[in-house]
Design a protein around this ligand. Structure first.
Ligand code: 13P
Ligand code: SF4
Length: 307
């Protein structure tokens, strides 16, 4: 524990000396959330990115989020503790698959979940996040939408908007953390915590979502307990959320829907590599200018639709 405390002190010293801001996704380990300047969901991170004054940012999350930060702040120095923290769902979609579907549905706009690579974003008309996917698709003037890569979020959007949502790549596009929640998990949680409200992320399958009390992004989950009388909540997303919820709502209790709902890639950010990242100012996010220019378009289109 002494070493651990010293490591945190050294990280904070480096952060101050080198003038870095630390920005983290809600799934990051508690120790790192606690020393971050900002924690949020993917939409909050993207929005925050447009307002940062600091030139140096250490980002804790997965690669597509760091890329989005770079796309919105090409002139800033953005570093990550590891280049290996990726999102398998984002990687399930490729530019080739998008082109194939664009040929089949030439008039359908392409809406991509921010959980996608910069190369795929470069071919999209709009991006969306789990907080605003329904709003964005509702506002687009088309009844047919090509949507990827999350089939579960795509189905949620179809259900809420009544539009024809063609999911790309299809069955292989899902998040392994959220797709593993089962009917049995919800049944067990109801038995164990009969008074609790169950929250679920829209990346979970429809048959699970329909059994829960509230569906929302990690950012929306942070607001739900504010307006509810319940003292207990079961949280159907990555376990990193439990820390943030418990810290924010000190009088309420939060339990994971599944103890092992862990995004291994988010957990590749830990104290030691954060220390070395600040010490050596690595690993820098770099993207070619053409890619930044193209991938920025659907992100800015998303912001415009939200105005
Ligand atoms: P949020 O935008 O809800 O934070 O979701 C990001 C994500 O990767 C969920 O698995
Ligand atoms: Fe990707 Fe799922 Fe991890 Fe989110 S939780 S970053 S969707 S693998």
């Amino acid at each position: 524990p002494d070493n651990y405390k010293r490591l945190i002190e050294e990280i904070l010293t480096l952060k101050n000396d080198k003038n870095y801001m630390i920005l983290a996704h809600n799934y990051i380990i508690p120790e790192l959330q606690d020393i971050s300047d900002f924690t949020g969901d993917s939409l909050q991170i993207a929005k925050w990115a447009t307002k940062i004054n600091n030139d140096n940012i250490l980002f804790l999350g997965v690669d597509f989020m760091a890329e989005t930060l770079k796309i919105l702040n090409p002139e800033k120095n953005i570093i990550v503790p590891t280049k290996n923290s990726t999102c398998p769902m984002a990687n399930s979609l490729t530019p080739e698959i998008i082109k194939e579907y664009k040929d089949k549905y030439p008039d359908a706009p392409v809406v991509l979940y921010v959980n996608s690579t910069a190369e795929c974003k470069a071919l999209a008309d709009y991006t969306c996040t789990s907080s605003n996917a329904v709003e964005i698709v509702n506002k687009i003037d088309s009844d047919t939408i090509l949507f990827g890569p999350d089939k579960n979020l795509g189905r949620f959007v179809a259900e809420k908007t009544g539009k024809k949502v063609v999911v790309i790549p299809g069955e292989t596009g899902y998040c392994y953390v959220h797709n593993r929640f089962s009917v049995e998990d919800v049944k067990k949680a109801r038995e164990k915590y009969p008074d609790a409200k169950i929250m679920i992320h829209p990346e979970a399958p429809e048959e699970i979502r329909s059994l829960c009390d509230y569906t929302g992004s990690t950012g929306q989950m942070m607001k739900f307990p504010e307006f509810e009388e319940a003292d207990e909540y079961v949280v159907g997303t990555e376990i990193g959320m439990i820390h943030k919820l418990s810290k924010t709502f000190k009088d309420k209790k939060f339990y994971p829907l599944k103890e092992d709902a862990i995004c291994n890639n988010m957990k590749k950010n830990y104290l030691k590599n954060v220390y070395f990242s600040l010490l050596n100012e690595e690993h820098k996010i770099t993207l070619p200018d053409w890619l930044i220019e193209k991938a920025k378009i659907p992100i800015l289109n998303m912001f415009k639709l939200m105005e």
